[in-house]
Design a protein around this ligand. Structure first.
Ligand code: GLN
Length: 488
């Protein structure tokens, strides 16, 4: 690995900053310059040099005084779904064009408390609805490994920025796969914690019973550092945040896999999985076996149902959450209208993109009288069964492994006007989301066109440490996470 600042991991940057080898100002300027130069990637929606450098100065003051927190001066960029005081927040939507929050999301606040410096806000699918970052109102983000392909979604800007070395780390959110899938598509590491581990306060809501924040970085060690800062109860602000104390996830990175039982769900290795992805996953599993793990076949029999269940429930929750965007309280309002109802209609028709409108209509439909029992209630019941399937599986294994997505990143525009093509590609990430389980994607190799492939690891509730340890051990034995996209 070269010595350039952008090649350093979060852990390495923190150490260099602590030793005063470099200043936070220098580091921030370096990443800002790279980010500005790489505007073709479409990773950033907002950069504000002044705001970033002010944060860097504050970090330098703490570092000089010798009482700086763990990650002082290390830059991070945030998915534009987290509200921030210093930067506009759009959630990838015209509805929130130039919206300024009066407060920081808890996740943003906690990372700032850890000393991190915000580089800017990152592109994402509108209200985090999508699988390729093609639903952003502000244009596509591109995959640094191949600029004509999607970086994945909805945290596409986050993955592109980290893979393209425009930021050492980024935040993402995962409702049905949006941390794991873009991490896989861009060859980086990302973890979605157990539902409730990270506070949702200040995350623009999509599907509240599923939304979770998590870190995206190049290594599992970096993800452990960031997750330690992010997690912990936030009872006054998010009533669904778990009453589980924050922990130092780096302590669990022992690299010891002895006795680890890895479960492989038969349903994750069926006909829909592309051969190149399968080969990379098999390679990573062989490596883990060599490192001391054993592999057992398990079954998650309702995997197939995860797609309809998720797209009923997520749409239902979205239709309710997004009712707040009515032209009165937040953001966009249609310029011309005749009366109040006309204002609502025009505002929502003009402010929301196609996919968001599709979800709102689907959601309103499945929640409506006469259809509620047939769709919403049924989906809730099957969701419970999916969660039970996992508990049965965890009687036989400690972690579950499989692909993140059936293919490598597809071409921009390849799914055209077919939303189902996007939905179907979520098959392997949705089950853990519906069960509220932690899931991670770690670079496992390369597939078609030299594109990265991620291995998904799913753990039982609160087993983030175990997932990170497996990923960390794999990264000690392989160098997939160190390979760089062309030009980065
Ligand atoms: N692709 C899924 C969707 O469009 C998941 C998105 C997410 O996790 N935010 O809903």
């Amino acid at each position: 690995m070269s010595d350039a600042l952008h090649d350093l991991t979060v852990a390495q940057l923190a150490a260099r900053l602590k030793s005063r080898d470099v200043s936070a100002d220098e580091v921030a300027r370096h990443f800002l310059a790279r980010s500005q130069a790489a505007s073709d990637l479409g990773a950033y929606l907002a950069l504000d040099e002044e705001a970033t450098l002010a944060q860097a100065r504050a970090a330098d003051a703490l570092l000089t005084a010798g009482n700086a927190p763990a990650l002082a001066g290390v830059p991070i960029a945030h998915k534009d779904i987290f509200v921030t005081r210093d930067f506009a927040t759009t959630a990838g939507s015209k509805m929130l064009e130039a919206y300024r929050s009066p407060f920081d999301a808890t996740v943003v606040h906690r990372l700032a408390e850890a000393g991190m410096v915000t580089l800017g806000k990152l592109n994402c699918d509108e209200f985090a609805m999508g699988s390729g970052n093609e639903n952003s109102a502000y244009g596509v983000a591109r995959n640094p490994w191949d600029a004509v392909r999607v970086p994945g979604g909805s945290s596409g800007g986050s993955a592109a920025a980290v893979a393209g070395r425009l930021a050492p780390a980024a935040t993402g959110t995962d409702t049905g796969g949006s941390i794991r899938q873009p991490a896989s598509f861009c060859g980086i590491t990302g973890i979605k914690p157990t539902y409730g581990r990270a506070s949702r306060y200040g995350m623009v809501a999509f599907a509240s019973s599923l939304d979770q924040a998590g870190p995206m970085a190049r290594t599992a060690e970096d993800c452990a550092l960031l997750l330690s800062a992010i997690c912990g109860p936030d009872p006054d602000r998010d009533s669904t945040s778990l009453d589980v104390p924050a922990e130092d996830f780096t302590r669990g990175l022992t690299g010891d896999l002895t006795g680890l039982r890895i479960g492989l769900p038969t349903e994750f290795f069926g006909g829909g999985l592309n051969g190149d992805v399968r080969a990379a996953i098999d390679g990573a599993l062989a490596e883990l076996r060599q490192l001391g793990a054993t592999v057992v076949d398990i079954s998650l029999p309702r995997t197939r149902m995860a797609i309809p269940v998720y797209y009923v429930l997520a749409a239902a929750e979205a239709s309710s959450n997004l009712s707040r965007f009515d032209g009165v309280k937040f953001g966009y309002r249609a310029p011309d209208y005749t009366d109040l109802e006309d204002m609502y209609k025009k505002t929502r028709a003009q402010g929301f993109g196609d996919e968001v409108q599709r979800r709102i209509m689907t959601g309103a439909y499945v929640l409506s009288h006469g259809y509620y029992d047939a769709y919403y209630l049924q989906a809730q019941k099957v969701r419970r069964l999916i969660a039970q399937d996992f508990q049965r599986a965890f009687e036989q294994c400690d972690v579950i492994a499989g692909p993140v997505a059936p293919s490598v990143a597809w071409g921009i525009g390849a799914h055209g006007d077919d939303p189902l093509a996007d939905y179907l590609a979520d098959i392997y990430t949705l089950p853990a989301s519906l069960a509220g389980l932690p899931g991670l994607s770690v670079p496992a190799g390369f597939g078609e066109g030299g594109m990265p492939v991620g291995l998904q690891l799913i753990g039982n509730y609160l087993q983030e440490g175990r997932l990170l340890n497996v990923a960390h051990r794999l990264q000690q034995a392989t160098d997939f996470h160190q390979r760089r996209p062309p030009g980065a």
